[in-house]
Ligand binder design. Structure first.
Ligand SMILES: CC(C)(COP(=O)(O)OP(=O)(O)OC[C@H]1O[C@@H](n2cnc3c(N)ncnc32)[C@H](O)[C@@H]1OP(=O)(O)O)[C@@H](O)C(=O)NCCC(=O)NCCS
Length: 159
């Protein structure tokens, strides 16, 4: 079932920061996504897209891109609200982030995830996490799962 036509994926604005935190928080508690503060989100708002549900408060989903330099971008902070799950919205958010990466002349996008299937359907392939030492240095060292990491690294090479 496709997402409701009442849902639109659009660039986030600073006014979305608290609602993005609300989407992330339950998944931070489950150690599925990394925590982001509203201030951090506002400071990087140009990297976020959100799924707005016309006529409803709150957001249906969000995704962010992070530029590691040398054409390498990470897809992160991907969340779909449970009531909107299984309708293709997560895949659309990933596609939107990939389009943003292309617009930013990325050579490669990657993600670390516990939900690899939707990325595999979009052409990502599994790669060793050691392909991304920048990510390991910046995030994995402080991650509560570093001793028992269950995340899979996936990458998509862009022409
Ligand atoms: C992961 C998450 C973003 C998925 O959102 P969603 O809107 O349900 O995603 P989709 O509807 O696009 O995909 C749902 C399933 O359909 C599958 N699917 C997508 N396209 C498909 C296709 N063409 N053919 C068959 N299956 C397909 C996906 O692989 C996915 O499978 P999975 O349940 O095994 O993972 C959402 O469940 C969520 O927010 N989870 C908590 C946070 C999280 O895990 N974030 C990801 C960390 S990077």
């Amino acid at each position: 079932m496709p997402p409701s036509p009442a849902i639109a994926i659009v660039p986030a604005t600073k006014a979305d920061a608290e609602a993005i935190v609300d989407l992330l928080t339950p998944n931070v508690a489950k150690q599925i996504v990394l925590p982001r503060t509203a201030d951090d989100i506002r400071a990087h708002i140009g990297n976020f897209h959100v799924a707005r549900w016309h006529g409803h408060p709150g957001l249906a989903g969000c995704v962010a891109l992070r530029d590691f330099g040398d054409g390498l971008h990470e897809i992160r902070s991907l969340v779909v609200a449970p009531e909107h799950g299984g309708q293709g919205l997560g895949s659309l958010l990933v596609k939107t982030a990939v389009e943003l990466a292309v617009a930013r002349h990325a050579k490669r996008v990657f993600t670390l995830t516990v939900r690899p299937n939707l990325f595999l359907h979009l052409g990502f392939t599994q790669v060793p996490v050691t392909d991304f030492p920048q990510k390991v240095w910046s995030d994995c060292a402080n991650c509560p799962k570093r001793q028992h990491c269950d995340e899979i690294a996936l990458a998509l090479d862009l022409a």
